[in-house]
Each structure stands twice: as structure tokens, then as C-alpha cells.
Design a protein around this ligand. Structure first.
Ligand code: ZN
Ligand code: ZN
Length: 481
């Protein structure tokens, strides 16, 4: 099937046709990419500002996932529906103006059923889940056995009581040192507008269609100080290797343009599920991520961003989180230098990583903490239930992030407004200031010194050059306040 990404970005690299065949997406170049297309959803309804505070408060409730997946819903989503563990681009966006979780659930379920009628499309959408389903019988007993083994010290339960809240201070792993010198150093960053303009690193996720040698030059021309791209097409298990000649030119252009290599944050494949309960899929995910991190090594890039994975309703969140950490140990042993940067998620489907506590627990279980970090996606945070739509809320939420995870682990930010409401668990990116999050959050991020020298990447429809300009225009001199 062919599908055109609905993308109004002037950047022609985003207007690509992609072909899907035999569970692969064949791009029109070697290692081409497209931006998170499931996160850029066409035909959004006109947005209304919806007051979401009643249900969303400041942090997501662990419990909402229980509501979201009532036993009947679980059956539909896990068995019949081919919705990707890394979200679908086909879910009805009419849910985005709906602030009632129950209604969202119903609509999503209806959409899921509708989706089953269109198998041609859906079969391509989710290799992970499909494969897991196919092999469920084989793996079921093993999984159940291993579940018992895995039941450890964690506080999470898949079917936790609706009123249960996770206490951020209740760190069962407690191996993270929250206050250390690295973070104190950041406190010394300047608050003058001039210095901030230098230290705030804004950019966007671009296609590498035009090739690595000219990539940095092209993004610098758009005003970027940070950049993201896929080193491997995001929806294939096939391994594409970065050519040595390209990497030499890429490294050279970074030097020529004085582009900070720490602000280059490639994004991982959507097929990765490092927390998969299915052994075969888990191994394929680990191998693919090793390959992608090796691509980063070839390019001289120090950070690699990925979505942690999904429990697929076959094991508990805690068990899946443990598998993610084991996967990271496995991958980090087989790669060097590159830091694995875990992205927070909207909690859509059975995705892990939608609370700070999930991120904390993954880090806590990884052996080499010098090679693990996190990336905060504003749209994902908001959809997960962190209401970052006002400055005062941002103060509280980012303080909580610091307490639970720690800013020293922050290696990237994805700047996206949200088409969906707070707590909706729907990952729908919107241009800056045009969604339910609104500009105060983005003004906060570009002015807060804790985010300086952290790559902040747009994953919106764009055009990026204008959005980058807009974001830099938010920077103020602190002393004037
Ligand atoms: Zn992402
Ligand atoms: Zn993102």
C-alpha cells in the first residue's frame, strides 16, 4: 500500500511517499526516514481549549491505564487489533477534543474494531504485536512462569486499584544519586538573554533523504542548534548501515559549522520493544537497537533516543520495565560510548514510560548509569497526564522530575504541542502554541536554565524554521523579570 504523509512542512523531505510491503516500509532512499508519522495526524478537528484540570491534575494517575484497559478492552486491543505498541496513525482524532477518559476509551475501542476491517493496512502497522500474538501459545506458559520469577520489589501492578497513587519518594530501587556535582554545575548557567540564546539548543527532526554530508549545513540554514533523524528507517527490521564515507563528511560538517555533537539525538525504530514478553521479538529489538547505536558510533554521535517498549498486557508493567533494563544492559555491553536515552511516552496502548517513576526504575536497574539518560517529550508528558500548560504547573512538575529522575539524566527534550487533551493518553503532536499545551510551557522551557545545552527537538508539522524562530523569540533576560 502507498500512503502519503500529510505534512505541510515546507521542508520537502517530509513530503514523502512510502511503500509498505511484506511488513517492511521501503523508502525511496537507502536509509531514509520520516518523522514520527503516527504522531502527526491529519485532519485534526478544530481545537478548543478544554479545561482539563479536573481529571488530569499535575501528574498522571497510574490508575488510568486500568480504566483505559477494562478487561473487554484488553481483549480487543491485544488480540484482534493490530495497533502498534508504538501507537497507530489511524486512530480517530475526533477523540482529541474529548476530555472524558471513558469516552475516549469507547471511541478508541470503536476505532479499533473498525480497524480490524482493514487488515491490509493494519497488518503492516504492527509487526511486534502481531508476532507476539502468533506465538502467544508457545510463550504463554513460559511467560507465566517467568512472571513468578520476575515478581520483585516493584510497586506497580497492572491492575492497581483506581485510587492508588505512586509515591515519587517510594523508590524501591533507590540506587540513583539525585544530587551530584554534574547537576550543580548546571546551576551556574547564565540567565542573561545573550547567553541563553547561545545555550538554548533548539532544532527539529529531519529526514536524511538528502544525505548525511549536507545535513548539518541544511539544518544550520534553518536556524537549528540541535537535530534528530532516523539512522535506520523507523518501520523495518532490516538493518541499514551508515556508510563510512558519509560519516566522515558528516563529522567534518559538524566541525565546520561548530555544531555541538551532544545536540544530535537520533531517534530509534518504532519496532523496538525492549520490554517485550516475547523472546524472539525481544531479541530482534535488541539486535536492531545495537545496530542503530552502532550507526551512531559511526557518525560520532553520542546519544540515541528510543521508546522503551510495551508489556502487551502479557506481563505486568514492573516485569516489562525489568526486561527493558536487562535489554539495556545487553545492548550497552555490545556498544560503546553512545548513551541510550529513554523517551517518556503518552502511555498509549500498553506502552511503558509514561510516568517519571517508570523512567527512574529503568535507570535504577541498568548497570552502567553513565550510559543511560532520558528525553522528555512535552506532548507525551501532557497526554500522559502531566499538565504542563501553565508556568506554575511546570514549576511543580519539573521539580518532581528532578526529585524522581534527576536533571542530570536529561539528555533531550521533544518540543511538541498536543492535539489531544491532558491525560487522554493519545499521542498527537501539534505545532507550538496551537494545541492544548499552549505557549507558556515552551516559554518556560527555553528560559529555564536546567534545559540549557540539552537538545530540544521539534517533532511538529512545522515549518521548522518558523517554529525555531518563534521559540528563540520566547527567550527573555531573567534580570528584567
Ligand atoms: Zn519518540
Ligand atoms: Zn518524541
Amino acid at each position: 500500500m502507498k500512503r502519503k504523509l500529510n505534512n505541510n512542512n515546507n521542508n520537502e523531505s517530509h513530503n514523502e511517499l512510502i511503500e509498505e510491503e511484506n511488513n517492511e516500509i521501503i523508502h525511496d532512499c537507502d536509509s531514509c526516514d520520516e518523522i514520527d508519522n503516527e504522531e502527526i495526524i491529519p485532519e485534526a478537528p478544530p481545537l478548543k481549549k478544554v479545561q482539563t484540570d479536573k481529571q488530569s491534575k499535575l501528574k498522571p494517575k497510574q490508575t488510568s491505564i486500568t480504566d483505559f484497559f477494562s478487561p473487554t478492552t484488553i481483549k480487543k486491543t491485544s488480540k484482534n487489533d493490530k495497533v502498534s505498541p508504538f501507537f497507530s496513525n489511524a486512530i480517530d482524532t475526533s477523540t482529541t477534543t474529548n476530555s472524558n477518559n471513558k469516552n475516549v476509551n469507547k471511541k478508541t475501542t470503536t476505532t479499533n474494531v473498525k480497524k480490524n476491517n482493514d487488515k491490509d493496512d493494519e497488518d503492516k502497522e504492527d509487526e511486534n504485536e502481531e508476532e507476539d500474538d502468533d506465538e502467544e501459545d508457545d510463550d504463554d506458559k513460559k511467560t507465566k512462569k517467568s512472571n513468578k520469577k520476575l515478581a520483585t520489589t516493584t510497586t506497580y501492578k497492572k491492575k492497581s486499584s483506581p485510587k492508588k497513587k505512586v509515591n515519587p519518594t517510594e523508590n524501591k530501587f533507590s540506587t540513583i544519586n539525585y544530587k551530584d556535582d554534574e547537576y550543580k554545575q548546571k546551576e551556574e548557567y547564565s540567565s542573561s538573554k545573550k547567553d541563553k540564546l547561545e545555550n538554548v539548543k533548539i532544532g527539529g527532526h529531519v529526514s536524511i533523504k538528502t544525505g548525511y554530508p549536507s545535513l548539518i549545513q541544511s539544518v544550520v540554514a534553518q536556524g537549528f542548534k540541535a537535530v534528530a533523524f532516523f539512522t535506520n528507517p523507523p518501520r523495518t527490521w532490516k538493518h541499514h548501515t551508515v556508510k563510512l564515507d558519509d560519516s566522515i563528511k558528516f563529522k567534518q560538517s559538524c566541525k565546520t559549522h561548530n555544531f555541538d555533537v551532544n545536540c544530535i539525538l537520533p531517534h530509534g525504530s518504532y519496532f523496538l520493544n525492549l520490554g517485550s514478553p516475547n523472546k524472539e521479538n525481544l531479541q530482534k529489538s535488541r539486535d536492531l537497537m545495537i545496530h542503530e547505536m552502532k550507526n551512531c558510533e559511526i557518525l560520532g554521535v553520542k546519544h540515541f533516543n528510543f521508546h522503551p517498549g510495551s508489556h502487551l498486557n502479557e506481563i505486568s508493567e514492573a516485569e516489562s520495565i525489568k526486561i527493558v533494563a536487562e535489554s539495556l544492559d545487553y545492548i550497552l555491553e555490545r556498544t560503546k560510548d553512545v548513551v541510550a536515552v529513554i523517551e517518556c511516552t503518552a502511555g498509549q496502548g500498553t506502552n511503558l514510560g509514561y510516568t517519571f517513576e517508570h523512567l527512574r526504575d529503568m535507570i535504577a536497574l541498568v548497570k552502567d548509569k553513565s550510559r543511560v539518560g532520558v528525553c522528555l517529550d512535552t506532548c507525551h508528558m501532557f497526554a500522559a497526564g502531566y499538565n504542563i500548560s501553565s508556568k506554575s504547573n511546570c514549576d511543580v512538575i519539573f521539580e518532581e522530575f528532578d526529585k524522581v529522575v534527576g536533571f542530570k539524566y536529561l539528555k533531550g527534550v521533544h518540543l511538541n504541542d498536543s492535539k489531544s487533551t491532558c491525560g487522554s493518553k493519545l499521542d498527537r503532536h501539534e505545532n507550538i502554541g496551537k494545541g492544548h499545551i499552549g505557549t507558556p510551557c515552551f516559554k518556560y522551557l527555553v528560559n529555564d536554565k536546567r534545559f540549557q545545552n540539552v537538545p530540544m527537538i521539534l517533532e511538529t508539522v512545522g515549518p521548522y524554521d518558523q517554529e525555531v524562530k518563534l521559540l528563540y523569540s520566547f527567550i527573555e533576560d531573567d534580570v528584567k523579570k
